[in-house]
Design a protein around this ligand. Structure first.
Ligand code: ATP
Ligand code: MG
Length: 364
């Protein structure tokens, strides 16, 4: 059963269309990430689900009920905002208990829930203090705790890690996963950070210009990006995207440094006129120095422009006919190359992707 069903949401603010026919579904108990750049419509989506926006069109179903027009209270959801605010003059304990007092829960039960949530989030030691004396990460966890004490069925999280430093972001990511495991809650988590989305989301919905571009598991998005935007944002280091045009009998691709055919896109490309502008995409892992006589794909000469050791692997920036390409090699293989070296590289043709230049849509 699908828990949250978003169908054709449209939201306009004057001339700005924030949501433009947005649809996706989140399963009960799922950790779903909404990944998209600034102004894509993430906050508007979450606010709409929480009931804080008046929609121009579309329906929202939750737990089998149409809640499009339902009041904010009673939706069984809690939202943690991009800029969360705690009450500075109340103790952490009072901050956590506040939503329960409002809901007129009896004091013994409030006490029990606050203790339980504080333990789960490891903020018990801060309970009698003011939030201002807690660290940034602790404050974040207090804000999460305040959402959790109400035992929501759905937790909406809007870039909750944005204001934390890198180390805390890393720790808190693990914390969210644990929280999800331990509570079994449905979570909808919005972020512009692909690393966050890919490391936490069981499925990810990629949002751009108020529409969902693709929904899939991290592996699905990595293996078959449906458009250029997904290709560019999923996977690190980023996919190489090289401008070219269709050539030959229409199933081949002409790039500045080579003409290639036989990719998984070849028959789909034939539907386009010869000369159609395209982008050929391939991951830095799918380029390697050519070795021996057994070719798995086309080969071409290149020059090492820059090497960037990252520990286990090294990223080599190559230059071929004025085009820059990234190649990733295990460190022990990369040490053979210096900046300025010339080499012959081989492209794993079966791992290449093709996108139409005008729409960015995958050709396959
Ligand atoms: N109250 C508002 N009035 C006018 N325009 C708005 C309002 N809220 C959002 N918008 C516009 O709607 C679009 C989507 O905004 P939204 O806040 O949903 O993006 P976002 O994906 O959350 O971005 P960010 O990652 O920067 O938070 C933007 O162009 C924004 O300027
Ligand atoms: Mg936002």
């Amino acid at each position: 059963m699908s828990d949250l069903r978003i169908q054709g949401l449209v939201k306009r603010y004057g001339k700005v269309t924030a949501l433009d026919g947005l649809s996706f579904q989140v399963e009960a108990g799922e950790f779903f990430c909404l990944l998209g750049p600034s102004a894509a419509g993430k906050t508007t989506t979450l606010r709409s689900i929480a009931g804080l926006e008046r929609l121009d069109a579309g329906r929202i179903h939750f737990a089998g009920r149409d809640i499009t027009e339902a009041p904010v209270q009673g939706r069984g959801m809690a939202m943690i905002f991009q800029a969360f605010a705690l009450y500075p003059h109340l103790s952490v304990r009072e901050n956590l208990a506040y939503p329960l007092h409002e809901a007129r829960i009896d004091p013994g039960e409030i006490d029990r829930r606050v203790r339980e949530v504080a333990e789960m989030l490891r903020i018990t030691h801060t309970l009698e203090r003011k939030p201002g004396t807690a660290s940034g990460g602790e404050q974040q966890r207090i804000a999460i705790g305040r959402a959790l004490v109400r035992r929501p069925k759905l937790l909406l999280l809007d870039e909750p890690l944005t204001n934390l430093d890198a180390k805390l972001r890393h720790d808190t990511r693990a914390e969210f996963k644990r929280l999800h495991r331990e509570t079994g809650m449905t979570m909808l988590y919005a972020t512009p950070d692909e690393l966050e989305a890919l490391s936490m989301g069981q499925r990810i919905g990629v949002i751009r210009d108020g529409r969902i571009v693709q929904v899939g598991t991290p592996d699905e998005l990595f293996d078959s990006p449906r458009d250029r935007f997904v290709a560019e944002h999923v996977g690190s280091p980023r996919m190489n995207l090289i401008e070219g045009r269709s050539a030959g009998d229409g199933s081949r691709v002409l790039l500045p440094f080579i003409e290639i055919g036989g990719g998984p896109w070849a028959s789909a490309l034939r539907q386009f006129p010869v000369g159609t502008l395209i982008l050929l995409g391939f991951r830095p892992h799918d380029l390697a120095p050519a070795e021996g006589g057994h070719a798995h794909g086309p080969r071409f000469p290149a020059r090492v422009h820059l090497t960037e050791p990252l520990g286990d692997v090294t990223v080599l920036d190559l230059e071929a006919q004025g085009v820059l390409l990234r190649m990733v090699l295990p460190e022990e293989r990369a040490v053979a190359y210096r900046e300025g070296d010339r080499l012959e590289v081989e492209l794993a043709i079966q791992e290449t992707h093709l996108f139409a230049m005008d729409t960015g849509t995958a050709i396959r």
